[in-house]
Design a protein around this ligand. Structure first.
Ligand code: FMN
Length: 375
């Protein structure tokens, strides 16, 4: 049976696959519900479950599986290097309603890769061989991999792709950067195209798919079976529906600034617990607004102003000023050139997450960041 036939059926058979990329501290149960509200992707992935000798299943991440009401299948992602523990956790997760088990071989955070997990595994193809072999023989259902094209270079790329074939991996999500390239370099779509040719399973192309137009370009230049989208889905949760509309020759629903203001309200009501202090709620909202703001105005003025806000009144005041003064104006499909979601001096901390200090800076620092990000 072709590998693609073993995957859960997509929403619209015949169209290319779409998936929401796993994003630590973002793609939790509530965020997935919001995405589903605007138009689900075919597949969801959880943030990674950390696996080590004494690890238990993180309850918050597990709730994405046990309380999944999106009607779409969800893959459970794991990260680790201890083979007995990876096998233990994969078996444990298989008792829950998961679409499959997904192994993270891409996380670029130094504190992660230094432990030889996530992207660190790409330096050690023999270890990849062992992990894939053991997991394949202990996972009865679907077993998928999310990885980058290499650690520092692509010397082991083909060897690892051959292990993907050897162990009948069911789906490969490929972020077209090396670990060292983190999140901002150009994406090597030619290497995704190469992987598509080399492996037997469907490939999801990942990295900088920013709109239904770029999805179409990436799909045609790589020949991938689908796209996996992360940051652009935070900015524009309509993206999966827009891709489906475009692919089926229907008019694509464009989004207005007024609709974006409603989306921000929904994010606030769904994800901000009233019990946490106001400043924490404001900072939590800035996590999303950093991405949304890339398409609000070409000068990046919304971003700089929202980064100053210390109270909810200030924050929503900025949102109203930029989004409701002309609510019928179109929300830009792509990020405005030069308007970036984070400081350019980004470093990665102890997770896959790009540095989150941007969300917690003082007003003076945020202004510097906003200015430097526009340079
Ligand atoms: C905030 C954030 C958290 C992330 N967390 C994870 C994660 O838990 N597991 C993972 O495999 N990748 C993680 N990634 C990487 C994304 O899944 C994706 O590969 C990357 O962002 C490139 O796709 P994009 O350009 O569509 O955002 C994370 C990325 C971001 C921005």
């Amino acid at each position: 049976m072709p590998q693609s036939d073993r995957l859960p059926p997509p929403l619209n058979p015949g169209l290319d696959l779409t998936a929401l990329a796993p994003m630590q501290d973002v793609t939790d149960l509530r965020f997935m519900n919001i995405i589903a509200n605007y138009g689900s992707p075919d597949y969801f992935f959880t943030e990674y479950f950390r696996v080590y000798a004494s690890s238990n299943l993180n309850r918050k991440i597990l709730s994405c599986i046990t309380e999944n009401s999106t009607d779409r299948p969800i893959f459970a992602q794991i990260i680790g290097e201890s083979i007995p523990d990876l096998v233990r956790v994969a078996r444990e997760l298989s008792h829950y309603p998961v679409a499959g088990i997904d192994l993270n071989m891409g996380c670029p955070a130094p504190r992660i890769y230094r432990k030889n997990v996530g992207g660190g595994l790409l330096r050690d193809p023999e270890k990849v061989n062992q992990i894939l072999g053991e997991l394949r023989s202990s996972v009865d259902g679907l077993f998928t991999v999310k990885m980058r094209i290499g650690f520092e270079n692509t010397d082991f790329f083909d060897r690892i792709l051959d292990y993907i074939n050897l162990y009948d991996i069911n789906l490969l999500s490929l972020h077209g950067r090396t670990v060292k390239e983190k999140y901002h370099s150009a994406v090597h779509y030619d290497l995704i195209a190469h992987a598509v040719q080399r492996v037997n399973c469907p490939v999801l192309a990942n990295g900088n798919v920013t709109s239904f137009y770029t999805a179409t370009d990436v799909l045609s230049s790589t020949g991938a079976a689908g796209v996996m989208i992360g940051r652009a889905a935070i900015r524009n949760p309509w993206i999966f529906k827009q891709i489906r509309q475009y692919q089926s020759n229907q008019p694509v629903s464009m989004v207005t600034l007024g609709e974006v203001r409603d989306y921000i309200d929904k994010l606030y009501r769904t994800t901000c617990a009233p019990t946490i202090p106001e400043l924490a709620r404001v900072n939590h909202m800035k996590k999303y607004l950093n991405f949304i703001g890339q398409s609000v105005d070409s000068e990046g003025a919304f971003l700089s102003n929202m980064r100053y806000a210390r109270t909810e009144t200030e924050l929503f005041g900025v949102c109203d000023r930029y989004l409701l003064s002309n609510p019928d104006q179109e929300f830009a499909l792509e990020p405005y050139p030069g308007v970036v979601a984070r400081p350019s001096c980004e470093t990665l901390r102890d997770s896959c997450t790009p540095d989150s200090r941007q969300y917690l800076t003082t007003s003076t620092e945020t202004n510097d960041i906003a200015t430097s990000s526009l340079k």
